[in-house]
Design a protein around this ligand. Structure first.
Ligand code: UTP
Length: 289
């Protein structure tokens, strides 16, 4: 069984739920306090043991690439001013990991974005982390939890969360095989954005996956599905005819930064957890009671 060494982060979508901000700036660059969303996601990958990261962008999103490279002019400026703390902050990430980039020319959907990672995966299984979903794992990072489940089963793993009935139509929804209440269960099927009347469960795919490279065979021939997009969920359903696929209930809290509510929630929560900001945030919240 091949180990999971690679992670793919799709970040090429238009982010229409966050307009007008996303007209010029990618939602993946929305700051949670002082750090872009996508940096938290790359850090989760590193903390999960990932060695190589590919981010999928489009030509309007070059600032994501800039963020993960060296900014020599800024670094020289900080050196000349002896600002060692600030220098450490800007140099830390590029020193830790080399991030590769590829372009999704047309925004045809998540399945199409993942297909852009075929050469990078090069026949290896990989972790997939959506560029606008941030997790705070309770014991271990979300991706690490999925990798552990992959090491146990040798199969693709879909990270899930439980959503209320009125939200099932926003997600890919899993149908477990049997009635086991375990956090790791084999799946019978998956369906993208079902109406609540026909949804097979409340187990929603929450932006974290481990996928075997067989997924690419199905993505290549995937026709458009929900919303007229090439849906990853549809290819995962077809993958199930060849291989077992499991879901794992993620132990942690998820923030959907691509939604305004998720972004505000994360901003408040992360500030309250920071020793340098908690008191200020409490004061702000009190003022607005
Ligand atoms: P979303 O559906 O949340 O992103 O996809 P979106 O389409 O950009 O946003 P809305 O719904 O219009 O607000 C989840 C992730 O997949 C990427 C997005 O950038 C996001 O990180 N994505 C989506 C792509 O890379 N390509 C696509 O064609 C679609």
């Amino acid at each position: 069984m091949k180990l999971i060494r690679k992670a793919v982060i799709p970040a090429a979508g238009f982010g229409t739920r966050f307009l007008p901000f996303t007209k010029a700036v990618p939602k993946e660059m929305l700051p949670i306090v002082d750090t872009p969303t996508i940096e938290y996601i790359v850090r989760e990958a590193i903390e999960s043991g990932i060695e190589e990261v590919l981010i999928i962008i489009n030509s309007e999103k070059e600032c994501i690439r800039t963020h993960f490279g060296h900014n020599v002019v800024l670094e020289n400026f900080l050196k000349s001013k002896n600002k060692t703390k600030e220098l450490e902050i800007v140099e830390a990430l590029p020193k830790q990991i080399h991030v590769e980039f590829t372009y999704q020319e047309e925004q045809l959907g998540l399945g199409h974005a993942v297909l852009c990672a075929e050469n990078f995966a090069n026949g290896e299984p990989f972790a997939l982390l959506l560029g606008d979903d941030v997790y705070v794992g309770r014991k271990e990072p979300a991706t690490k939890q999925l990798i552990n489940a992959y090491n146990q089963t040798g199969s693709s793993i879909l990270g899930t969360l439980v959503v209320p009935d009125e939200d099932v139509s926003k997600y890919g929804i899993c149908k477990p095989r049997g009635t086991s209440k375990n956090s790791l269960v084999e799946l019978e099927s998956v369906v993208e954005k079902p109406a609540k009347e026909v949804a097979p469960s409340n187990l929603a795919i929450g932006g974290r996956y481990v996928l075997t490279p067989a997924i690419f065979d199905y993505l290549k021939t995937q026709t458009r599905g929900a919303g007229g997009e090439i849906q990853l969920t549809d290819s995962i359903l077809r993958l199930m005819s060849k291989e077992k696929v499991y879901s794992l209930a993620i132990d942690g809290r998820r923030y959907d930064i691509g939604s305004k509510k998720g972004f505000l929630d994360a901003t408040i929560d992360f500030s309250l957890k920071r020793s340098d900001l908690a008191e200020d945030m409490k004061e702000i919240l009190n003022k607005h009671k």
